[in-house]
Write a protein that binds this ligand. Structure first.
Ligand SMILES: [Zn+2]
Ligand SMILES: [Zn+2]
Length: 336
């Protein structure tokens, strides 16, 4: 089979590889769509902290069942998505029902070879039926699930005022699911193009460009109180630190993006709010199910999120172009 291998930073090769051997309890999936995200761009550019090369990227995956084990609930030809977070099932986090934070988590396309190939064998527990969705829609479940998980972590109440910092795919996903929870959402970003797209195509009605007056603009929107919950989806330390100033007294700060380095808050600022600080990592099976139900119910502008498509054979040339055009790309999906 063909596979797209990131041999080293800035080098993608399409190579011929043996088809995977299918282990006990595994489903063989014929990959049809792979969504791209910041993680892939970081791997390609050599900026991912825990990555060893060569690596087959691809963790936003949709395809069709090629072969299922005897007794499986899946059958050949069935349209599926894949939960790429493979967990051990026995560690302290897994025992608490938090396999998204498994001590030895292996994310397909990051820690292990992923889906930029023709066939992928995965545990049946990672395979998700998406019969009612198109392949393109199914390839967008994973990044939406990350946003849905962050919103679930925050346990929002209807009418909450929510601020989302960063209007990339994850921030957009968090904003959409916060709205579904009944929150009023303000979206901020340094990039005007992202905010224009969020307003015009995705239905966000309150966006603010980050400039020197941002704090005053946010205070004005909240009667001076600031926000019940602030979601950081930048993964930029300076933005994450600044976000505390936008949390209301009694509010929550949810860190969705991850940044290399130390995050430092002034304790009086943190303490006087009695801030609830939450990290949000990956997503749970329940988040995937919530995303699928929300798409099916028509609550997510799913097709508008999908801004770019191309053939997998063009990956070596298209990936660098998409990185260069990132301000104008929400979700790019490769066809396999
Ligand atoms: Zn991703
Ligand atoms: Zn575990």
């Amino acid at each position: 089979m063909k596979a797209i291998v990131c041999q080293q930073p800035y080098r993608l090769d399409i190579v011929e590889r043996a088809a995977p051997t299918v282990g006990l309890g595994e489903v063989l999936v014929r990959i049809r769509r792979v969504g791209l995200c910041g993680t892939d761009y970081h791997i390609y550019a050599g900026r991912h902290p825990y990555l060893s090369y060569p690596r087959v990227m691809g963790h936003e995956l949709a395809g069709e069942v090629e072969h299922a084990p005897v007794g499986s609930t899946f059958s050949p030809g069935q349209r599926v998505a894949i939960n790429p977070y493979l967990s051990c099932g026995t560690c302290v986090a897994c025992r608490k029902g938090k396999p998204n934070a498994c001590v030895t988590i292996s994310v397909l396309g990051v820690h292990a070879d992923g889906g930029m190939c023709e066939l992928l064998a995965v545990p049946e527990s990672a395979v998700i039926d998406v019969a009612g969705l198109s392949l393109d829609q199914a390839a967008m479940i994973e990044f939406l699930a990350i946003g849905a998980h962050a919103v679930a972590r925050a346990a929002l109440s209807a009418g909450d005022q929510v601020l989302v910092v960063g209007a990339g795919p994850i921030g957009i996903a968090a904003g959409l699911f916060a709205q579904l929870s009944g929150a009023r959402v303000t979206l901020i970003d340094t990039r005007a193009a992202r905010l224009d797209f969020a307003r015009a195509a995705l239905g966000f009605d309150d966006t603010v460009a980050v400039d020197e007056d941002i704090a005053a603009a946010l205070a004005a929107r909240t009667g001076g109180a600031m926000y019940d919950a602030v979601f950081d989806a930048t993964g930029v330390l300076a933005a994450m630190t600044q976000s505390l100033a936008y949390v209301a007294h009694g509010g929550k700060l949810v860190l969705v993006g991850v940044a290399p380095g130390d995050l430092v808050f002034a304790d009086p600022e943190f303490h006087k709010r009695e801030t609830t600080l939450l990290a949000s990592r990956n997503a749970l099976a329940s988040d995937f199910a919530h995303v699928i139900a929300s798409i099916t119910a028509g609550h997510i502008p799913i097709d508008a999120l999908h801004t770019h498509s191309f053939d997998a054979d063009d990956m070596p040339t298209r990936l660098p172009q998409l990185i260069a055009e990132a301000d104008h790309v929400l979700k790019a999906i490769a066809r396999f």
